[in-house]
Ligand binder design. Structure first.
Ligand code: C2E
Ligand code: CA
Ligand code: CA
Ligand code: CA
Length: 278
């Protein structure tokens, strides 16, 4: 850990990929993080927009670096994706979330659904479906308690392979949400072919509604598109009552954002959920 002293901050910047020794260092520090338990999972509550009821949460990884403090997933997930560490890290997240779901089901939190992010490399990994099913079995968690968030990029890379994968996941009872909807390069045609159940409206479209007419038009279009295809919508990054009201008026189904709750550590989420259930 000494080698990554404090004047090495750009260690975590994408430029480092040019230097193989730094790459190796990063790989080592991600390995160490995994082995020494430096990762945790936080849970950001999701609510039904009309009733305000808690319906589930998105699992978001956190890295408590011994020297740097909290390192944002925006900094290390892209690098882990590039060097392959995302596979063991992703498996850790899935196991951790399922372990936690089992505990929460035992204290009566049985009606919540937990969303886990899958990066493109994870989505296309060998035996993804088998691995997920094994983890669900290990922790005795019903597939209906888990949702997978994938991006348009993941499905568009190889649409035929994606259709087959999504069908398999769907047959096992897992639900799929398209994350950051509208930000990727994609064709809308895939929505018809793919068994996805939710579109997550990206925060970039939510941030400036209702003041920004373009963003408002995009949010409305996504909600209506989802409606007509029989899909649910979740708005990300809802921070204000005005945004919530606008989305609710437009028929958006669920929301996630600071207005309802920030991501919470597991203990705080548990208290939040038990309180909401009363
Ligand atoms: P994302 O999937 O789009 O997750 C939503 C991000 O928006 C989270 O950032 C969350 O904390 C933030 N957010 C939620 N509500 C609000 C709000 O009202 N206002 C603002 N300003 N931000 C809000 P976070 O936790 O830093 O995660 C960043 C990204 O890292 C995620 O974006 C996701 O792409 C990736 N990520 C996080 N955890 C995992 C993981 O376990 N696996 C994989 N593959 N990627 C992950
Ligand atoms: Ca997500
Ligand atoms: Ca998202
Ligand atoms: Ca986003």
């Amino acid at each position: 850990a000494k080698a990554m002293g404090r004047n090495n901050f750009q260690f975590f910047s994408p430029e480092m990929n040019r230097f193989s020794n730094e790459r190796l260092l990063l790989e080592n520090s991600l390995h160490r993080a995994l082995a020494q338990g430096e990762f945790t999972v936080h849970y950001q509550p999701q609510a039904d927009i009309a009733s305000g009821r808690l319906v589930g949460a998105e699992a978001l990884i956190r890295w408590h670096h011994p020297e740097r403090g909290m390192v944002s997933p925006l900094q290390f997930i892209p690098l882990a994706e590039e060097n392959g560490m995302i596979l063991p890290i992703g498996t850790w997240v899935l196991r951790e979330v399922c372990r936690q779901i089992k505990v929460w089901r035992e204290v009566g939190l049985t009606d919540l659904r937990f969303a886990v992010n899958l990066s493109p490399r994870q989505f296309h990994q060998e035996n993804l479906v088998g691995n997920i099913i094994d983890i669900l079995r290990e922790f005795d968690v019903p597939a209906s308690a888990l949702e997978l968030e994938i991006t348009e990029g993941s499905v568009m890379e190889n649409p035929d392979a994606a259709v087959s994968l999504l069908n398999q996941l769907n047959q096992h009872g897992l639900s799929i949400a398209i994350d950051d909807f509208g930000t990727g390069y994609s064709s809308l045609g895939y929505l018809k072919r793919f068994p996805v159940s939710k579109l997550k409206i990206d925060r970039s479209f939510v941030m400036d509604i209702p003041g920004d007419p373009d963003d408002s038009a995009i949010a409305i279009a996504v909600i209506q598109l989802a409606r007509s295809l029989g899909l649910k919508t979740v708005a990300e990054g809802v921070e204000t009552t005005v945004q919530r009201q606008f989305l609710s008026d437009q028929g958006c189904d669920m929301l996630q954002g600071y207005w309802y709750s920030k991501p919470l550590d597991a203990a705080t989420f548990e208290a939040f959920a038990l309180h909401a259930a009363r």
